[in-house]
Ligand binder design. Structure first.
Ligand SMILES: [Zn+2]
Length: 379
């Protein structure tokens, strides 16, 4: 099913510099106009673009750099349009995905003040029949799709070709993940989590046998980062605008969700539970801003909190280690770390109080498990 994975350059050599590309930030229900952007490229090959932060690959081929300035989204392509339209959409996907990945990682780097390990981004990773997007670490087994050997130990984002058309103001658009900044940013968020809070303790595992299981705290953090980078709480409004605003799969961050809506447990989609955390973060960021404080300072406190959690030394004993990791994934544990980092922000301490109050309004306070917070919110 999948095409052979081309070997990636480990150490890009011939610096190319900045090139012009076209990319867009889709708005809910609207096919946004692509705009001219600048992408910094280290090296380009037939099937890859090496950036300082990431390597973007497409086994179908990467267009010549000079042509990236003239690509068109072509309505996302899809099976119902002629082959030359699909090729246009594919070429646009490369520049669009590369630009958003670079933009997102640069924002995170500016907050952490150090770069993350190189991210590999594979377009068309699972052949033409796969329409999804996911983040993968090498593992002994995978829950949904088998992976090619050699998944990068530092993590890979896989973006499929799409599986359905969505209606827009301008007609239909094929929902290609590589055209959708929300999906790109969400998956990039998993790379951020892996190399900061590391909620699953993957850095303590055999690097060829990590786990891709995720929990609500991670999924919610990814949605929050997507909202920050998109500048809207309705992150999936473009592809999921036909769903009601409050629908769990819509995953809007500006709904009045509280811990009463948290479910927990292995059988629950962590994306849904994560929305509780994401909405709390979003409202806390707003509360912080209302105190006259810069929003990026709040994001910086969050990223530093995640990094701080990931630096906690874990027990050598497997059972004890899993217990420590479970506590790390409590919303209240991340909130405590966030408040600690926010207190270090120079200036008016009212920002910390405002953040604490915003989380409390969602039923999230320091010192309790997720289940205890849920039960308290339902009383
Ligand atoms: Zn996810």
């Amino acid at each position: 099913m999948s095409a052979t994975v081309a070997p990636l350059p480990r150490r890009p050599a011939n610096g190319v510099g900045s090139v012009r590309v076209r990319a867009h930030l889709p708005r809910p229900g609207v096919e946004a106009e692509p705009v001219d952007c600048t992408l910094f490229v280290l090296e380009a090959g037939d099937t890859f673009l090496a950036l300082p932060e990431a390597v973007v690959t497409d086994p179908r081929g990467v267009p010549p750099l000079e042509s990236l300035a003239f690509t068109e989204p072509a309505g996302g392509g899809g099976p119902l349009v002629p082959a030359d339209e699909r090729r246009k959409a594919q070429a646009y996907a490369v520049g669009n995905a590369a630009w958003h990945v670079q933009r997102g990682l640069r924002y995170v780097t500016s907050l952490l003040e150090h770069p993350l390990p190189i991210l590999t981004v594979r377009l068309n990773a699972h052949g033409p029949d796969w329409g999804g997007g996911h983040y993968r670490l090498p593992a002994r087994q995978y829950t949904d799709l088998p992976e090619q050997p050699g998944v990068a130990a530092t993590g890979e984002v896989h973006l499929g070709t799409g599986r359905r058309y969505v209606g827009t103001r301008d007609g239909r658009y094929f929902a290609a993940p590589s055209h959708n900044a929300a999906i790109i940013y969400h998956e990039l968020g998993h790379h951020v989590c892996r190399h900061t809070a590391d909620f699953r303790g993957n850095r303590h595992r055999n690097q060829a046998a990590q786990t891709n299981l995720r929990t609500g705290i991670e999924e919610g953090t990814c949605d929050y980062l997507a909202a920050v980078l998109l500048g809207t709480p309705d992150i999936y409004g473009w592809h999921r605008g036909d769903r009601s605003v409050a629908a769990p799969r819509r995953r809007r961050l500006d709904t009045p969700l509280t811990m009463a809506g948290f479910r927990g447990g292995r059988d629950v989609d962590p994306h849904s539970d994560g929305t509780v955390w994401a909405t709390a973060l979003w409202s806390a960021r707003f509360a912080w801003q209302e105190q006259g404080l810069a929003e990026h300072a709040f994001d910086s406190a969050l990223l530093r909190a995640l990094m701080h959690l990931g630096e906690e030394s874990l027990s050598q004993d497997a059972a004890e280690r899993e217990h420590m990791l479970r506590r790390r994934r409590y919303f209240s544990a991340v909130l405590a770390a966030l408040l600690e980092q926010a207190q270090r922000h120079p200036g008016d301490p009212s920002g910390v109080s405002a953040v604490e109050a915003a989380f409390a309004a969602r039923g999230i306070v320091v010192g309790h498990s997720n289940a205890a917070l849920r039960d308290a919110a339902r009383r």
